[in-house]
Write a protein that binds this ligand. Structure first.
Ligand code: HXC
Length: 300
């Protein structure tokens, strides 16, 4: 008989934090219009925050704003490509003008696609590192530059990935960038604690959502028996990430900084007593042999 695994979480709408925990607070969520970012933005809204949904894509911004409003919060959509320092500065200025000073920042925006490392073009590598690592740094720096002089303090949460610790075969660019993001959590937590700014990481496990990017969704076997592939016996729910994000930015976590919280049902440390046969990355991704002539873009 299969043991029951970890229990299901409380329903959407429940919260461990008191209602109104974020009343009067302004929260920026990058990539807050899709997937886990949208769930996180909604949860801040439910707890009273005014949320800025920062995204390149107008459709995504509208979806994020609608989700926050449906949860009872106030939201604005702010366009920004987080790879551009000036665009980030402009976006924060726009948020301040419309909602007021920012008290919390969730660096959720990311870019990713699976590819064997030998297939990556310089621009493919640069693009993911630019969005994930440089974008996270630029948004964090902007938040700190605006917050330090005021003495208000605040909180940053960087969405990470467990392959920051382990390496991520098939995702060399994203894994390296996420390792940088995790390291940044630890550095910035120390640098900015004197100013009352906390910096933490939040690491999702297997948490399916309807906005998964096509290239990742197309990985062979991705959606087969997902529950059975987690020690918990089930995948995670977006709201479980959102609860963790709202907790980490809240007054109940004011002594937590420099920590990366993994919310993955004990998946990332799993090992078999005898490992299953090894499958090379090209085979996992359904690729043929490496072909230098057609290696620039090899996913559908
Ligand atoms: C190989 C690819 C590719 C693919 C793009 N490139 N997609 N190479 N396989 N599937 C290459 C392009 O050919 C180009 O290189 C370079 O990458 C830049 O591509 P653009 O399309 O011009 O970039 P851009 O428009 O800026 O889009 C960035 C993006 C896109 C990352 C490619 O997918 C995006 O915007 N994604 C945002 C959402 C997202 O990815 N979320 C995933 C989060 S999940 P050349 O050399 O041709 O110019 C996550 C954690 C997952 O991060 C952990 C579990 C797996």
């Amino acid at each position: 008989m299969t043991p029951p695994g970890l229990p299901a979480p409380p329903p959407l709408g429940a919260s461990a934090l008191p209602a109104g925990t974020y009343d009067g607070q302004v929260v920026v969520v990058t990539g807050g219009g899709t997937g886990l970012g949208k769930a996180i933005a909604s949860e801040f809204g439910r707890l009273g925050a005014s949320v800025a949904v920062v995204s390149r894509d107008g459709t995504h911004r509208a979806a994020g704003v609608a989700a926050v409003e449906a949860a009872g919060g106030t939201a604005v959509g702010v366009p920004c490509d987080i790879r551009e320092a000036e665009a980030v500065a402009d976006a924060f200025a726009a948020v301040e003008a419309r909602l007021g000073p920012v008290g919390a920042l969730v660096n959720n925006a990311a870019g990713n696609f699976p590819a064997p490392a030998e297939d990556l073009s310089p621009n493919a590598w640069r693009t993911v590192v630019d969005i994930v690592l440089n974008g996270t740094f630029l948004c964090s720096r902007e938040f700190a530059r605006r917050t330090i002089p005021t003495g208000r303090g605040g909180a940053i949460v960087n969405v990470g990935a467990s392959y920051a610790w382990t390496g991520g075969p098939g995702f060399a660019h994203s894994a390296a960038a996420k390792a940088g993001v995790k390291n940044l959590v630890e550095t910035l937590a120390v640098e900015w604690a004197p100013y009352g700014i906390r910096v933490n990481g939040l690491v999702p496990g297997l948490v399916p959502h309807p906005d998964e990017v096509e290239a990742i969704a197309a990985v062979p076997g991705k959606y087969e028996d997902q529950d059975a592939r987690v020690p918990a016996g089930r995948v995670g729910e977006p709201r479980e990430l959102a609860w963790a994000a709202t907790y980490l930015c809240s007054p109940y976590a004011v002594y937590i900084s420099g920590h990366s919280l993994v919310v993955d049902g004990a998946n990332w440390q799993r090992r078999h007593t005898v490992q299953p046969p090894f499958t090379p990355v090209r085979e996992q991704l359904g690729r043929g042999p490496f072909d230098p002539a057609s290696s620039r873009r090899t996913t559908p």
